[in-house]
Write a new protein. Sequence first.
Length: 278
Amino acid sequence: MIKVISKGLYTTIQDKGRFGYRNIGVPSSGYMDSESAEAANLIINNPKDNPLIEATLIGPTLEFKKSAVICITGGEFSPTLNDIKISSYSAIEVNKGDILKINNSLIGSRCYISIQGAIISDTILGSKSFYHQITNSNIIEEGDILLFKKNIRTLEQKYTHKKFELNKTINVFRGPEFKCLSNKSKKTLFNEEFSIGINNRMAYNLLEKIQDGINSIVSSGVIPGTVQLTPSGNIIILHRDCQTTGGYPRILQLNEKSLNDLAQLRTGDNIRFKLLNQ
């Protein structure tokens, strides 16, 4: 088991998410950056959709009460084991009594801590992903005990991963209401930079506005990656914990890669939209 010494800023358990329940208003949730999360699992020969720990901006401090094999991926958080720096994107052997510290993020916003075997947590609607209206826990708290089941697997690394890097070009497709935009607004969208404002697992708000906003629409389905435009011209990019319907025009839709890229950006970062052919 693992004792949480310090919880970090916003630390949760996530897996691939819960699907098939959007018709009753349940969001998918799951890994914010699925590419990094899957890499953390595959490097230590776990199934790629195993639950793991997701840390945001400031990581947790964890005391291992039994030995384990772990892997840390995603942003650069300068992790240490017993105050000695350890590598990311590598299988790390942890002994009973060791202290793992995930520090403040230097590059990126989120990192992932996988444990060889399986984290033991309640499965609700097909997923262990934390979501405040579904699961008993919203975040990992100080003093929590995290249980895991060890599986003895070879440490031979079979998975080849790409080096982590930030990408501020956001690839998008046209959304259902894209055709309602003026030519001026379309030009602004694809020729200007936009600054990230307030953001969380539900949505990223952009600071700059599109001058000629579109009136609200009848509430319609939305998914992670939907880009909404409010009547006042504000741009909102929905993410993994987003609602299932919304009344703002859906002007663009991110692909999966750009959803992952966006999850590693933070307030103040600038992005550009790139329109993909459909």
